[in-house]
Design a protein around this ligand. Structure first.
Ligand code: UD1
Ligand code: UDP
Length: 371
């Protein structure tokens, strides 16, 4: 890998937990090959267990630029993206990298994509391109569509996402099926994860069994009725299937539980967010995963742990087609029925997200195209 140049070759823009995790292997490869690159962290996530913990544990270099543009609940997504945009643009104009890479569908991604796409000298690559939930009320869906449509390189994780991009009229010459970089991150860290953690929290053990829960989507946790309905479903799951549910809670959810004065049921054990290694081990050891996270749906599928998605849609239909995931929605009866069904699943499904070399492929493509 050459990647040496007077102009920095690549600027990696990130800002939230899943972006740090999913770009970690790619960043480590840039460093290993002494590529000319820099990291720009927008500061969307900022609490230690949502951000710096991952830099430490995944041995990532400190970002050259660290902004602190947090989302404020008092203002909207447009405001959040709008505040990031000029700050990112100023840095890109100063550094003028050959290419910018963004990953996923957050507000950070959209701000980075808009800033880069307005500078003709800079190419833009979107890692995890072509995912669609077909639900435009989700802020992430708008971020994905807009980012894909201004990108010069679309790194689609699967053939399905490639098809989606082609159906939207995007130039097939810009689309590359690479696999998903989450497979790279899981493969690199799973053995370490299995070694690391001692006893599980709350006296829970792998042998006796437990379920794992994550919940943070705006449409689930900012809506009192929907949050209460999901928690009631989880209470029934835990009681009827006789399993404790471990719940490393996202700060957004902790805040909304307080705001609505809602306490999770006793057998839903609330914990602080975990680092990636501890969380991976919990996922791998869980009998069932219940989640509204995008990345966790993928990881459950990769680790062959059945997954119940607490949403009405998914942008990861490959997990459902593989038999690894079911879309339960948010009604208690549906959640219980889906949990029961998934416990019976034969776990020998195929991982649809590639061979763990997506980061390497992305960097090779960029090297070839930009040299
Ligand atoms: C964001 C992404 C979502 C992604 C998630 C990953 C958007 C629109 N949403 O949602 O797609 O799945 O990140 O986790 O970009 N907070 C803290 N500390 C933090 C981060 C957040 O306390 O480190 C609290 C703050 O009260 C903040 C709230 O969580 O207002 C929401 O954070 P925000 O980044 O806006 O959205 P997420 O729900 O994290
Ligand atoms: N994750 C973690 N600790 C936790 C919960 C999740 O490290 O306590 C990791 C998880 O392994 C996955 C990523 O965070 O790689 C998913 O992030 P999140 O659910 O916040 O966002 P999404 O994927 O929905 O955008």
């Amino acid at each position: 890998m050459k990647f040496r140049n007077k102009r920095p070759f690549i600027a990696v823009i990130l800002g939230t937990r899943p972006e740090v995790i999913k770009l970690s292997v790619l960043i480590r490869q840039l460093r290993k090959h002494r590529a000319s690159y820099f990291l720009l962290h927008a500061g969307q996530h900022y609490s230690y267990p949502m951000d710096r913990l991952f830099f430490k544990e995944l041995e990532l270099p400190d970002p050259k630029y660290r902004l602190s543009v947090h989302q404020s609940p008092a203002t909207g997504h447009g405001h959040h993206v709008g505040r990031m945009l000029p700050l990112i643009e100023t840095i890109l104009l100063k550094e003028c990298p050959r290419a910018v890479l963004v990953q996923g569908d957050t507000n950070t991604v959209l701000a980075g994509a808009l800033a880069a796409s307005k500078i003709p000298e800079i190419d833009l690559g979107h890692v995890e391109a072509g995912l669609r939930s077909r639900d435009r009320s989700m802020p992430e869906e708008i971020n994905r569509i807009l980012t894909d449509h201004v990108s010069d390189y679309l790194f689609a994780p699967t053939k399905g996402s490639q098809r989606t991009l082609e159906q939207e009229g995007l130039d097939p010459g810009k689309i590359f099926v690479t696999g998903n970089t989450i497979v790279d991150a899981v493969r690199e860290n799973l053995a370490l994860a299995r070694k690391k953690l001692g006893a599980l929290p709350f006296g829970v053990s792998r042998k006796r069994g437990f379920f794992l829960l994550t919940l943070h989507r705006q449409e689930n946790v900012d809506d009192r009725g929907r949050l209460a309905s999901i928690l009631q479903g989880l209470e029934e799951v835990s009681r009827k299937l006789r399993m404790p549910i471990l719940f490393p809670a996202h700060p957004r959810t902790v805040k909304m539980l307080k705001t609505f004065h809602i306490s999770p049921p006793a057998d839903v054990r609330v914990l602080p967010p975990f680092g990636f290694l501890d969380f991976l081990r919990l996922e791998a050891d869980a009998r069932l995963i219940l989640t509204d996270s995008g990345g966790v749906q993928e990881e459950a599928c990769i680790l062959r742990v059945p997954c119940v998605t607490l949403r009405t849609s998914t942008e990861r239909p490959e997990t459902v087609a593989a038999g690894a995931n079911v879309i339960a929605g948010y009604r208690p009866g549906d959640i219980l029925r889906c949990a029961r069904d998934m416990m019976e699943r034969d776990r020998r499904w195929e991982n649809p997200f590639g061979d763990g070399r997506a980061s390497q492929r992305i960097l090779r493509i960029l090297e070839r195209r930009l040299s």
